[in-house]
Design a protein. Structure first.
Length: 320
């Protein structure tokens, strides 16, 4: 009897052992599922993070570019050659952006369009093209970040970058390309506005100067006007108001070496920034108009056609 009970007890023990193991297995499977789900959630979070991080990086790269334009370190030095201090400065202290969400270094390529004849809104532009790479979860760059693009045109035309049909399941890389064309267009809108303001200011100034001269000469006696070089422009000894039409009432540029007569003999040298600032102040404009937002300096000529009698034509534009 005891033996039977022992056998029954042992069997029951065996049964309980199996149940326990099954329970442990089920618990283990549940734990694994939780771990997998947690890992999946973490990975999903990182995929979301890399998307937003890249967009944040674009904003910071653009901030740097707006300050330095074609002298930006990303274009001159290259991101990989920048010091940690320079990178931190670029990322404006945002430590979460120093690495991608998987803890790997970003790869950033920048290409200048310097030397290309590109225009927007009738003005020359020199945009840049940037690409930001992340190696993704496996830390390996399936996309060759040393791709054959060597200039702005290659970058814009996706030279060396994969197409949608070239992506495989093992390619977990991320890359984002953008150009500064939109920013350049906005800058040129401001440049166009400045030039329009300069044009109107020059017209107002020249008309005001002519009115002053006409009033001055007409207020003199005939004999005084005949003897005044400001009035007797052709120096024949007789003042006639029509003579005043052949005076250049625009501010004089040092580039005019003709014998044209100016209402104001002060000459402004477009090669000297201080002179252009003084010219803007003379016209009642901010001296900051001596340069546009890109940093190009105002160029000014008061007698484009090199004539000594009206009409006098001026030119003004910004040049790097």
């Amino acid at each position: 009897m005891c033996n039977i009970l022992n056998k029954i007890f042992n069997k029951k023990g065996a049964v309980f052992g199996i149940d326990a193991r099954i329970s442990l297995i089920l618990i283990s499977i549940a734990s694994l599922a939780i771990a997998v789900n947690k890992q999946s959630l973490n990975e999903s979070r990182k995929i979301k993070d890399v998307t937003f991080n890249i967009l944040e990086l674009e904003d910071l790269v653009m901030d740097s570019y707006k300050k330095n334009h074609l002298n930006d370190r990303l274009l001159v030095t290259g991101y990989s050659a920048m010091t940690d201090t320079e990178k931190k400065e670029l990322w404006q202290g945002r430590e979460n952006l120093y690495k991608d969400p998987w803890g790997e270094d970003w790869v950033i390529k920048g290409f200048s369009s310097d030397g290309l004849a590109l225009q927007a809104l009738g003005h020359e532009i020199k945009p840049a093209c940037f690409i930001i790479f992340s190696a993704g979860a496996d830390g390996y760059h399936h996309i060759n970040t040393g791709f054959p693009a060597t200039n702005y045109t290659d970058c814009v035309n996706n030279v060396g970058l994969p197409t949608a049909s070239g992506i495989t399941e093992t390619s977990d890389d991320y890359f984002y390309k953008f150009t500064t064309v939109g920013y350049e267009i906005e800058l040129n809108k401001d440049t166009s506005s400045r030039l329009e303001n300069i044009q109107q200011a020059l017209l107002n100034y020249s008309q005001a100067q002519k009115n002053i001269r006409v009033n001055y000469c007409n207020d003199l006696s005939a004999s005084a006007a005949n003897a005044d070089a400001k009035c007797d422009i052709d120096t024949n000894g007789t003042y006639v108001q029509a003579e005043l039409d052949n005076v250049n009432y625009l501010p004089k540029s040092t580039l005019d070496v003709t014998a044209a007569k100016y209402a104001n003999a002060t000459a402004y040298n477009p090669a000297t920034l201080a002179n252009m600032e003084s010219l803007m102040l003379l016209l009642g404009l901010p001296k900051s108009y001596s340069k546009d937002l890109i940093g190009r300096t105002l160029q000014y000529r008061s007698n484009v056609n090199s004539v000594i009698a009206a009409p006098f034509v001026a030119s003004f534009y910004y040049k790097a």
